[in-house]
Design a protein around this ligand. Structure first.
Ligand SMILES: [Zn+2]
Length: 107
């Protein structure tokens, strides 16, 4: 069984809405932290082809496809050897409302 066969569509919550995206079982476990909800903020940047739909709270509607993904790679040490590798935002393509933010560290 290849990893691609394990992809399952899940709802991932953000502060400004939610997205529906296909996740592997490992990604799902990492993002859910043992609670039933899955948070977009707990997952590293997903490639655009993983998204099927997203919901924007500000527009109060669902859109097909992927939200905009804006990110930068500061590679900035924030103490105790922890480096902020990437920070990014998922934004509504129509109104730029932030659906969710995420941070990726070196551990
Ligand atoms: Zn919107």
């Amino acid at each position: 069984m290849g990893q691609n066969e394990d992809l399952e569509e899940k709802k991932l919550l953000g502060s400004g809405g939610y997205v529906l995206a296909k996740l592997t079982e490992q990604e799902e476990l990492r993002a859910s932290l043992g609670v039933p909800q899955i948070f977009l903020a707990n997952i590293d940047r997903l490639s655009e082809d993983r998204f099927t739909r997203y919901f924007c709270k500000k527009c109060s509607r669902e859109y097909n496809g992927c939200p905009n993904i804006a990110y930068e790679n500061p590679n900035e040490e924030i103490g105790n050897g922890i480096i902020l590798i990437e920070k990014g935002e998922y934004q509504c393509k129509i109104c730029n409302n932030i659906i969710a933010i995420y941070r990726k560290f070196n551990r």
